[in-house]
Design a binder for this molecule. Structure first.
Ligand SMILES: NC(=O)c1ccc[n+]([C@@H]2O[C@H](COP(=O)([O-])OP(=O)(O)OC[C@H]3O[C@@H](n4cnc5c(N)ncnc54)[C@H](O)[C@@H]3O)[C@@H](O)[C@H]2O)c1
Ligand SMILES: [Fe+2]
Length: 506
């Protein structure tokens, strides 16, 4: 195996952590105790929104005996990156050996050995005494300059796409090759459709089953676990999971598919690249347009401690069926809120610092389609449904390669604390973002007025000090979103005080 086999996401993660280490070193300088650096680095990593464990114990299995001999990883990030902190005059081979042992005992692939007792932590090379070890090639590879970092996102896309009015009628044919003897296809259908004609068009065969998904609340890890458990108990396994509904149902279908083949709780996999095995076959059939959930590599879930997606290469659908006919019955308000999710994706992507031609191509097209629908049309018609479905797809592709921005970062805080739904939460925030997206907000307000939509106000009235702190913490944890929106020095622009003032306005 070569270094190239280390997943790009792990490279990126290690790069982020190195940035944080440099920040700590800049603040503290050399010459302090190892424990001081460790504490500060741990604080920075957690503050950046990563799941970090300090002094993680590693048992040693000798023959068949499990021994607690006191091995402890200084910091383990996202269950996969081992960090060993030192404050010594010079690193020695024994330190390298120690990290390799930790990697072996913990089953991880990449470790960072960071010596803070150097004058300049920026010089990430052998001479400066800091190394990154790749256990695969056993070389100093990430930072030594000998090998290139994977700088560009190499992302997984949806396997198959069918688009067109009435394409839902092809579902039977499309899923047929994925049926496994005796194992059902499970159709996870938005509860809105219970008793509606669409249900009778679902191509049930053999022991196929329909489960109506309750999307009163946005998907929770407990609900995903319950659905997966129910299917395992009833069928052992299934041929596939087909989600039919809005963004919530799309995300539920992806998550349940993954949990059919992964042990434990879906909460264990909230984060980047934690999912261990591919799920069962999964297809998404959106009935609302705008979230782009049909193309994304994440499934947004609220867990016991965080609202975060199962973001992995195994998450995208194997198949999507884009049939604009299915969105016909959506109420105007809901259609607007979900449609605005797409509009806001475009503004945040196109105004962001992560923008490249790939994202721009999709973002510009999606924006134009949103404008056709919400600005230029006088009445809603089939053409609007056709266009908005493609806008959702293209908007999703745009943010898959760039990122969202301020509206999403702030609205995540609202939804975590108050359960505010994604689309409406984004609209509530966008209404107050003139400072960041002046032209976008002006147009957004015009669309609100033209489409006669009510955007709630005063939702943060009466919140306690503790509530505001929680929202600010969640929002500040969305580092890539802020960085995309405001650049590398975003923390100087968006201070906690400024964010607090923004929440108070909502
Ligand atoms: N995975 C991703 O990348 C991603 C991106 C954005 C949003 N999301 C998630 O998507 C969710 C929001 O999705 P949404 O805005 O599509 O709403 P939703 O799926 O929560 O549905 C909103 C309401 O519309 C109803 N509905 C669905 N289809 C309908 C139809 N055709 N006619 C009438 N009513 C219909 C639902 O029953 C529900 O009451 C959130 O959970 C959010 O976290 C995920
Ligand atoms: Fe969104």
């Amino acid at each position: 195996m070569t270094y190239q086999d280390v997943p790009p996401s792990l490279n990126l993660l290690s790069n982020e952590i190195i940035g944080l280490a440099i920040k700590v070193h800049k603040a503290l300088g050399p010459g302090l105790l190892e424990s001081s650096y460790k504490e500060c680095l741990f604080y920075e990593i957690s503050r950046a929104g990563y799941f970090a464990e300090k002094e993680k114990t590693l048992p040693l299995i000798y023959e068949t005996v499990k021994l607690d001999v006191g091995y402890r990883i200084d910091i383990l990030v996202e269950n996969k990156l081992v960090i060993e902190v030192k404050a010594v005059d010079a690193l020695a081979d024994i330190h390298t050996a120690q990290v390799l042992t930790y990697l072996k005992l913990s089953g991880n692939r990449l470790g960072l050995l960071i010596n803070f007792n150097v004058t300049l932590l920026k010089k990430w090379n052998r001479a400066a005494g800091n190394r990154t070890l790749c256990p695969l090639c056993k070389e100093l590879c990430v930072l030594c300059g000998k090998k290139q970092l994977m700088k560009f996102r190499n992302f997984k896309m949806v396997g198959y796409v069918v688009y067109g009015r009435g394409s839902f009628n092809q579902v039977d044919e499309i899923i047929a090759p994925h049926r496994k003897e005796g194992k059902p296809m499970v159709f996870l259908v938005d509860h809105f459709f219970e008793g509606k004609p669409l249900v009778s068009r679902i191509p049930l065969r053999g022991n196929d089953s329909i489960i109506f998904a309750d999307v009163t609340y946005e998907p929770k890890t407990t609900y995903v676990d319950k659905l997966a458990q129910q299917l395992k108990e009833e069928f052992g396994t299934v041929s596939g999971v087909i989600g039919i509904g809005g963004g919530s149902t799309m995300d539920l279908a992806k998550a349940v598919s993954l949990m059919m083949n992964n042990p434990g709780s879906s909460a264990d996999y909230q984060g980047w690249d934690l999912v261990k095995y591919p799920g069962v076959y999964k297809a998404g059939i959106p009935t609302l347009s705008g979230t782009g959930a049909e193309v994304s590599r994440t499934t947004v879930l609220t867990g016991p401690t965080k609202k975060l997606g199962m973001n992995s290469d195994f998450t995208p659908f194997d198949q999507i069926v884009l049939d604009p006919e299915l969105t016909k019955e959506a109420p105007a308000n809901q259609r607007f809120y979900t449609g605005m999710d797409c509009y806001i994706h475009c503004i945040e992507s196109l105004e962001g610092t992560y923008l490249n031609e790939f994202s721009k191509s999709y973002g510009e097209k999606a924006l134009q389609l949103c404008r056709d629908v919400f600005v230029n049309k006088e009445h809603w018609d089939d053409d609007c449904d056709d266009k908005l479905m493609m806008a959702s797809y293209a908007g999703g592709m745009s943010i898959a390669y760039s990122q969202v921005g301020v509206a999403h970062a702030v609205s995540y805080g609202l939804s975590y604390l108050l359960g505010t739904k994604h689309g409406i939460g984004n609209c509530i925030v966008m209404n107050h973002l003139e400072e960041y997206y002046p032209a976008g907000v002006k147009e957004f307000k015009y669309m609100v007025e033209k489409n006669k939509i009510d955007i709630p106000t005063g939702i943060c009235k009466g919140l306690t000090e503790e509530d505001f702190e929680k929202m600010i913490n969640v929002s500040m944890g969305m580092k890539p979103l802020w960085e995309n929106a405001l650049g590398k020095d975003w923390e100087k622009i968006m201070t906690r005080e400024k964010l607090r003032a923004l929440y108070e306005k909502l």
